[in-house]
Design a protein around this ligand. Structure first.
Ligand code: NIG
Ligand code: FE
Length: 411
């Protein structure tokens, strides 16, 4: 079955020669074709070009995209969309003056979500999470990474990862699963860190590997959470099972963790709201992708990741939502792209590169996702009639998406 889009006003992120990521000044270039056609067969992109070269295909389904922009779907490389309940009360507590860290130290935060999750059945957890997955697909996300980390018990972590596996089986969107058992120390292990690490490494990891439930391993490397040494132990243990690290680091404090992540072959380091010159140096000449999460900064009023400092140092940058009940109850990548432009001074070209091809790299799927290239997945955002792609971040509060195609199907 072939679908031919014709008269596309702007076809964005066209890569004849596919790249796995873009860095530094390359991020300023967003290759596009004006007045273009795009041909899809089954779930793949098979051809594209300017309208003057458009083939005539009597058997294809033709869709006229006059005045519309088409771009690859967003790749959201960092989420926690499998969770139980919500943390609305903490939101109100923050408005009334408490900080994220104060709430956490009173037993709120991640431990609050863990309590709720352990009281929720796998079936109920699936149902709650499925609603969020459907929501983000409608908002233009065509690939998503999902973390565990609200179980913090053997059963709870397995339950989360099994829900992710079910979502993977039931939805067309590409999903990668990350084991985040090291999200926080449960209360009973507050004074017994080595006991929790033992549970994580000797019990959780082997079970997860036996059921093939995770692709990546994560830890919250942060003052008051997991230390550099503890995170290193977790990364090393994960690698024995083939789980590559993707690490939460430098959200509130810079303690030298990025260098350790790079040395341990981390695919990504995520958050980086606070970043030092030494951190930048550690990332240069590495294969590790920095990932910024601006809607988290927006929601809990912490600094935005200094994108200019990172990109101007020649580094790549990816953007993701961090969709979770505590710091970012939103999975809207359109808002992330707009906020990156408005608050982080990323150009629209940089932000769209960061949310597509660099996001795909951050999920390990840039061979199949993140650009309009022959042979890649037919994952497309078709906009409403708009002036040009600058309107996407400009009209930040308006839904400009008319249709989303994932694996060749409109959803
Ligand atoms: O990425 N920083 C650590 N983890 C999540 C938030 C966890 C929570 O508050 O539930 C984050 O922001
Ligand atoms: Fe996160």
């Amino acid at each position: 079955m072939k679908t031919l889009f014709i008269n596309i006003k702007e076809l964005l992120q066209v890569r004849e020669i596919p790249v796995e990521k873009v860095s530094g000044n390359e991020m300023k270039l967003l290759p596009k074709i004006d007045h273009a056609y795009l041909l899809i067969e089954n779930n793949l992109i098979i051809d594209f070009g300017p309208m003057v070269n458009c083939p005539s295909l009597p058997n294809a389904k033709v869709i006229d995209a006059t005045d519309r922009v088409i771009l690859p779907t967003w790749v959201d490389s960092h989420t926690h969309i499998v969770y139980a309940g919500n943390r609305i009360q903490e939101f109100v507590d923050r408005i009334n003056g408490l900080s994220y860290e104060e709430i956490a130290s009173r037993g709120g935060g991640i431990l609050n979500s863990a309590k709720k999750l352990n009281e929720t059945s796998e079936e109920e957890l699936y149902e709650q999470s499925e609603v969020r997955l459907q929501e983000i697909m409608q908002q233009g996300t065509g690939a998503v990474e999902i973390k565990s980390g609200y179980g913090l018990t053997v059963e709870g972590e397995l339950k989360m990862l099994r829900v992710i596996k079910q979502l993977k089986a039931n939805y067309p969107i590409a999903i990668k699963a990350t084991f985040l058992g090291a999200h926080a120390f449960p209360i009973e292990f507050k004074e017994n860190h080595s006991g929790y690490l033992k549970l994580l490494i000797d019990e959780m990891l082997p079970k997860i590997a036996a059921e093939n439930l995770a692709d990546y391993i994560d830890a919250f490397l942060e003052t008051g959470y997991f230390s550099i040494e503890e995170t290193e132990m977790i990364m090393e243990a994960g690698k024995k099972y083939g789980l590559i690290p993707k690490i939460h680091v430098n959200q509130f404090t810079a303690i030298g963790g990025i260098k350790t992540c790079v040395e341990n072959g981390a695919l990504t380091v995520d958050h980086l709201e606070i970043i030092t010159d030494e951190d930048i140096l550690a990332l240069q000449n590495s294969q590790t992708m920095p990932v910024a999460l601006p809607s988290c900064s927006y929601f809990i009023s912490i600094p935005y990741t200094p994108a200019r400092k990172i990109i101007d140092a020649g580094l790549p940058l990816a953007l993701a939502t961090d969709y979770n009940p505590g710091t970012t109850p939103s999975g809207n990548m359109n808002f992330v792209v707009a906020t990156a432009c408005i608050k982080m001074k990323m150009t629209p070209e940089e932000a769209i590169n960061a949310a597509t091809i660099n996001g795909a790299y951050a999920m390990g799927i840039s061979a199949t996702h993140g650009s309009i290239s022959k042979g890649k997945r037919a994952n497309l955002i078709i906009t409403q009639p708009i002036n040009n792609y600058y309107e996407l971040p400009y009209s930040f509060g308006t839904n400009l998406i008319e249709k989303v195609m994932i694996e060749g199907q409109f959803i």
